[in-house]
Ligand binder design. Structure first.
Ligand SMILES: [Zn+2]
Length: 169
């Protein structure tokens, strides 16, 4: 799934109550990609890494040029096991589960189905197992069109619902 969709789904699922919770959920929704590819793009922007070559702008970038430390970061941020451990630590520290963090877990679930073996299949069981699912890439119309339609529909509902709530007060 693209990074913006991840953020929007996270906010919609777990950040509907307050503005603060909305943005916290958005943050956790994009965090797995932000702290892997995001770092790579910043590094590449400053010329410290070779930008991936896009073949005709269609094919996914060759993974060869993506440095090993980015791949490792991707493993860490896209592992359900790492997510569960961090989630439980935060739960212990706060004395209650931190709702916006669920957006991180949701990100991983979405990625499992929307990445194929060709480009960063989701290492969701890392470091215990290297089992990965050969999903349908999110760049395929069968994924991205329903994704956009659903997001727009649900956000419209969400804004109308919020307006009604305000008006009813
Ligand atoms: Zn991701």
């Amino acid at each position: 799934m693209d990074i913006l969709s991840h953020g929007l789904w996270g906010s919609l699922a777990f950040g509907r109550r307050t503005r603060r919770q909305f943005w916290q959920s958005f943050f956790f929704g994009i965090a797995p990609d932000l702290f892997s590819f995001g770092i790579f793009f910043v590094v590449a922007l400053f010329g410290f890494a070779v930008f991936p070559h896009f073949n005709n702008g269609v094919e996914p970038p060759s993974t060869v040029v993506i440095p090993e430390y980015i791949v490792q970061l991707y493993n860490v941020t896209h592992s359900i096991i790492i997510f569960a451990v961090v989630f439980l630590i935060v739960w212990k520290l706060l004395g209650k589960p931190f709702l916006p963090m669920y957006a991180w877990g949701l990100h991983i679930l979405f990625d499992i189905g929307t990445h194929s073996y060709a480009f960063f299949p989701t290492p969701f069981l890392w470091p215990v197992s290297h089992f990965e699912v050969n999903g349908i890439p999110w760049s395929e119309p069968i994924i991205f069109i329903p994704d956009i339609v659903l997001l727009i529909t649900l956000y419209l509902w969400f804004f109308v619902y919020k307006q009604q709530q305000k008006a009813g007060r």
